[in-house]
Design a protein around this ligand. Structure first.
Ligand code: IMP
Ligand code: MG
Length: 182
């Protein structure tokens, strides 16, 4: 698989994001709302670089019915922490069409946080269909399908420590091993 962003670059990128957040929030307590499952790895790395008091709340969103095609967006936020009056940072693995981030932002705003900003690991340039951009993005990437560091294809590859581009040959190999995508 072609490596797009290697481990060392990821490490430096996440450290850069942590220092931007320190500049922004100082020692203010921060509530991080992380969209599962894709932002799992970013969340684990980022929070260990943060020095302010941090609360973590997980919500679930899925817009991809396996494979690469976008399906209907479902959001599961029933056990979210109370964010009223809090400084809130919403994080996700990737900003593609932007629908997920825009819809979750809209929902969180109903709970009246003190502030709400968004951070994504990857920003796929040129695909946005929404009137909103992430406040922070660790890397901008071209319009290719990527996996690793939390991002999946058919629920696999999330554990890769780098970001790789899933090319034709990788897809053929995937199908030989796992069958066609769901
Ligand atoms: P959006 O709502 O179109 O911005 O899509 C966001 C979601 O689509 C992400 O949370 C990912 O789960 C998924 N996604 C978009 N592009 C990719 C990709 O290149 N690789 C893996 N997942 C992707
Ligand atoms: Mg996802």
């Amino acid at each position: 698989m072609k490596v797009l962003i290697n481990q060392e670059e990821i490490h430096r990128g996440i450290a850069r994001l942590a220092s931007q957040l320190h500049e922004r929030y100082g020692n203010e307590p921060l509530t991080i709302v992380a969209i599962m499952t894709g932002s799992l790895v970013m969340l684990a790395d980022l929070i260990r670089g943060l020095e302010m008091p941090v609360r973590i709340s997980l919500i679930r969103a899925s817009s991809y019915r396996g494979g690469m095609t976008s399906g209907e967006l479902t959001i599961e936020d029933s056990d979210m922490l109370d964010i009223r009056g809090r400084e809130v940072l919403l994080i996700d693995d990737i900003f593609d069409t932007g629908k997920t981030l825009a819809e979750v932002t809209r929902r969180l705003e109903r709970h009246q946080p003190q502030s709400l900003r968004t951070a994504v690991f990857l920003n796929k340039r040129g695909n946005s269909v929404v009137n909103q951009a992430p406040d922070y993005s660790v890397f901008d990437i071209p319009n290719e399908f990527v996996v690793g560091y939390g991002l999946d294809y058919d629920d696999l590859y999330r554990n890769l420590p780098y970001v790789g581009v899933l090319e034709e040959a990788d897809l053929a190999a995937h199908q030989r091993l796992h069958g066609p995508s769901k």
